[in-house]
Ligand binder design. Structure first.
Ligand code: GLN
Length: 497
């Protein structure tokens, strides 16, 4: 069995016990990538030299007792929208193709301080805009469960790398579901923390009021351990929150007695694939058997979440992406006549179609005359959605929902109809609009063997409750491993672009 089949916490234990060296672990991650990348393409870049050098440093720090935590020596992959000092960070965009940041994101720094070793940077939808990882400027990522399907997005590379057992765990980011939806499509576990829990410093901004970094891992225990390592109060991020407790692993108890679970009727109606519905509702039954109380209710306003989200996220994106103008960093067009022509050509050549669509939409809704009609209205809708959740959490400890209406679609099926693709975000985006934490746990497979994930949504700052329920559910079943072996990967990889 490969060391990459272990969970991060299991591997960390072996490393601390001296059964496995950090270099061995890192070499195994690199070997797995070598064997599988031609078919999966989870990474934008691998950094073997950096990783092997870091492995030696970390090994020394473990030996001298400086590093004692669960992630010391464990290989990690980082979504390519988080700055990594000295390591190329592209956001899967041509405009940042050669950008090497002079500093690391705070979450990355926290992970490195905990001794995790960065193996590489993972593929994503360009600037995290998308739901399939197909808007990447550097080619698609394939779902390791079935290479003809997408891994989801935008953190598709991070989720595929973990599912394909190329790495122990990874970091993703979630603006409207980008950790939870691809986790569902790839059969891995991912949590989006309460807004403000993980510093956004060094996370290349998409929709700043919605973006959060979070862990993608093989199980709930890993998610809790990683969240504990990356969460911190950071004065460099003005929206960072000082939490009372960062002890997320303390929540891992197989005990849900008395927990009240709300099942929003509006999430289980039309548009939800029946196999996904059945698998998600099965989670409620399992938790009920363990003593939780599940009840249906009407969340309301669900139909307004998508338009509100796409107005707000695009508005913020249009402002955030104004900085990519070819002046200070990133791509600059080769030939131009004057400053305006340079801006125009740089941005025309540097951004892909989905990013341009969002910039245009965002600039439109912020323009005078339309600001009140669209942007302000969307903000009001956001406030109402938050209120609807507040009311729900007066009655319930958490909400059970699907993470996506279907299992992973086939490659090439989604991009032709953006509206249809946006509609797929229906179960995840409200959580970002309301700043809530949400976790996806694998809960079954469909008739073709593709994974299904269930989402547990908590009230603000109540990660512990959803981690506890997710953990309890996980205890009730076997870990469903991605079924493809290395041999299958190379076989199916033969026909790739
Ligand atoms: N699919 C959503 C979008 O395209 C969410 C992406 C994300 O969470 N980064 O905006």
């Amino acid at each position: 069995m490969s060391l990459m089949s272990l969970t991060a916490v299991e591997l960390g234990k072996k490393i601390r016990a001296g059964e496995v060296s950090v270099t061995e672990a890192v070499k195994e991650a690199l070997a797995q990538a070598e064997a599988k990348e031609s078919s999966v393409h989870a990474y934008v870049s691998l950094n073997p030299d950096y990783a092997l050098e870091r492995a030696e440093q970390v090994q020394k720090q473990i030996a001298d007792g400086t590093l004692t935590g669960p992630l010391a020596g464990v290989p990690v992959a980082i979504k390519d929208n988080m700055c990594t000092k000295g390591i190329k960070t592209t956001c899967s965009s041509r405009i940042l193709e050669n950008f090497v940041p002079p500093y690391s994101a705070q979450a990355v720094e926290n992970l490195e301080r905990a001794g995790a070793v960065i193996i590489g940077k993972t593929n994503m939808d360009e600037f995290a805009m998308g739901s399939t990882t197909e808007t990447s400027a550097f080619g698609v990522t394939r779902n390791p469960w079935n290479l003809e399907h997408v891994p989801g997005g935008s953190s598709g590379g991070s989720c595929a790398a973990v599912a394909a057992e190329e790495v122990s765990f990874s970091l993703g980011s979630d603006t409207g579901g980008s950790i939870r939806q691809p986790s569902s499509f790839c059969g891995v576990t991912g949590i989006k923390p309460t807004y403000g829990t993980v510093s956004r410093y060094g996370l290349i901004a998409y929709g700043s009021s919605l973006d959060q970094i979070g862990p993608v891992a093989k199980d709930v225990t890993d998610c809790a351990a990683v969240l504990e390592a990356i969460a911190s109060y950071d004065p460099k991020d003005s929206t960072s929150v000082k939490r009372d407790s960062y002890d997320f692993t303390g929540a891992l108890q197989d005990d849900v007695k008395g927990l009240r679970i709300g099942i929003p009727r509006d999430y289980f109606g039309e548009g939800l694939n029946p196999e996904v519905k059945e698998a998600v509702l099965h989670v409620a039954r399992v938790l009920e058997e363990k003593g939780a109380v599940a009840e249906e209710f009407d969340l309301s306003l669900v139909q307004y979440a998508i338009p509100a989200y796409y107005v707000i996220a695009s508005a913020e994106a249009s402002s955030n992406l104004a900085r990519f103008d070819g002046v200070k960093y990133g791509y600059r067009t080769a030939e131009y006549t004057d400053l305006h022509n340079m801006y125009k050509k740089t941005r025309s050549e540097g951004f892909g179609p989905e990013v341009k669509r969002r910039i245009m939409l965002g600039s439109f809704v912020l323009s005078s005359g339309y600001y009140d009609a669209y942007y302000l209205k969307a903000l009001r809708t956001k406030a109402l959605i938050k209120q609807a959740f507040d009311r729900a959490f007066e009655r319930f400890d958490m909400i059970l929902a699907p993470a996506a209406p279907t299992t992973a679609p086939k490659l090439g099926e989604s991009l032709s109809d953006p509206i249809q693709m946006y509609l797929g975000d229906i179960y995840t985006i409200s959580v970002n609009l309301a700043g809530l934490p949400g976790i996806t746990v694998p809960c079954g497979t469909d008739h073709s063997g593709l994974p299904i994930g269930a989402q547990l949504i908590g009230n603000c700052f109540e990660e512990k409750k959803i981690l506890r329920a997710a953990y309890a559910f996980e205890q009730s079943k076997e870990y469903i491993r991605c079924p493809l072996s290395a041999a299958d990967f190379s076989k199916q990889g033969g026909e790739e672009e």
